[in-house]
Design a protein around this ligand. Structure first.
Ligand SMILES: [Ca+2]
Ligand SMILES: [Ca+2]
Length: 398
């Protein structure tokens, strides 16, 4: 992760207060505190102190620290790139007090992809098919974000002008640390929207159904801790690169969900064969795909509120603490979909990167039946597609 390097100036105690009429340094506690100009954020410096910063297109991060009441020698300095610098208030999780950027460590090991020990003959890599042990894989330890990327986190990316043809990732950005050639490709630039205005319009997902389920709002509102949806695979990839991480591989994602060698049926299954599933564990649905009854918000029928604030179904957390791996939003991963053999074999930190029409999504979503919450199940979609059910999370080096 990118870290801000600071030069600390140690002043004698009696001269620590600002001189020449300058205001004393005052830390912020949330973005709304930073209201001198529009788009202000409360950014965390390398010292852990929090200072106001405002949009400035001349900074690579898109933000510059205020010249008013900012300490740590950062007055008027560009904020460093990535989420470490553009830090958000800690408002995620069941108590609303956890950092939305939390990224727990996952121990490496060996497991079988699309396999679980419940083995009840209906939840293989295709719905209705049995699981099998034909796809062993070895995964090196890594970090996987605890939460699906929130609207609030994505807002900092949008505010920085990122994820557009105007400000696309550089070739090679977001490369998986153990898979050469897995980073951003220049040919993908044209798959981004032209600029921030068109990106914000696209995030409203009006061209796909059901309309009215987009979590993005042009100004901060009540969805800041819901997961961002209606993002293309390209925007997910660009975000993770900007954020100092990368999109997890399908193999890594499945490893996290099934608890590695425990081979859990659901991410929360403990013992691993336990088939308990209810609305305390995940945002999912009963009914048919045309007429689902979504359980996320505890109210009958499906509404935007069935896309729940990340981490609030904490009984559904996985072996290493990741939330909402099953349900809420389907999650884009790095791999193309191999439509014939599904998995690369043999596999050590592998990904399927041969170009095909589809990229893989994992975990099921708020409109899906419980069977889609099973850790073995997989799906895919064209990478340019947007839907209210599509989200993502990022992986990182330990
Ligand atoms: Ca509902
Ligand atoms: Ca999910």
């Amino acid at each position: 992760m990118k870290r801000l390097v600071l030069v600390l100036v140690v002043l004698p105690a009696l001269t620590a207060s600002a001189a020449c009429g300058g205001a004393a340094a005052v830390q912020c506690d949330q973005n709304s505190t930073c209201d001198l100009n529009s788009g202000g954020i409360c950014s965390t410096a390398g010292t852990g102190n929090r200072w106001c910063a405002y949009p400035d297109a001349s900074c690579p991060s898109g933000f510059r620290y205020s010249t008013f009441q900012v300490g740590d020698g950062l007055s008027g300095v560009c904020v460093a790139t990535g989420m470490d610098a553009v830090a958000l208030p800690s408002t995620c999780g069941p108590a609303g007090t956890d950092s939305c950027c939390n990224s727990p460590l996952i121990d490496g090991g060996m497991y079988f992809r699309s396999y679980d020990v419940a083995n009840d003959h209906s939840s293989g890599k295709l719905i209705g098919e049995p699981v099998d042990m034909n796809s062993p894989a070895t995964v090196t330890g890594f970090r996987l974000d605890k939460y699906e990327v929130t609207v609030g986190r994505f807002r900092a990316f949008v505010a920085a002008g990122q994820g557009t043809l105007m400000m696309h990732p550089a070739a090679g950005d977001g490369t998986h640390p153990r898979i050469s050639g897995s980073g951003w490709e220049a040919a993908w630039n044209a798959s981004l929207t032209p600029g921030t205005t068109s990106l914000m319009a696209a995030l409203k997902c009006t061209s796909t159904n059901p309309a009215g389920f987009a979590t993005w709002t042009d100004t901060p509102g009540s969805n800041e801790n819901r997961p961002i949806n209606c993002i293309s695979w390209y925007e997910a990839m660009a975000f993770c690169a900007w954020d100092g991480g990368y999109l997890p591989t399908e193999t890594e994602w499945n490893y996290a969900a099934t608890g590695g060698s425990q081979q859990r049926a659901y991410p929360w299954s403990n013992p691993p064969s336990d088939l308990t599933v209810d609305a305390l564990h995940a945002s999912y649905a009963d009914g048919t795909s045309d007429n689902p009854d979504c359980h996320g918000d505890g109210m009958p029928g499906c509404a935007l509120t069935d896309i729940v604030n990340v981490g609030t179904k904490s009984q559904g957390d996985g072996r290493w603490g990741q939330s909402d791996l099953a349900g809420n939003l389907d999650e884009w991963v790095l791999d193309y979909n191999n439509e014939s053999t599904f998995y690369v074999n043999p596999c050590t930190d592998c990904a399927y990167l041969t170009v095909s029409r589809y990229r893989v999504l994992r975990g099921g979503d708020y409109r899906n039946n419980a069977i889609f919450m099973r850790t073995a199940v997989r799906t895919s979609n064209p990478p340019q597609n947007r839907a209210p059910s599509f989200g993502f999370r990022c992986a990182r080096t330990p």
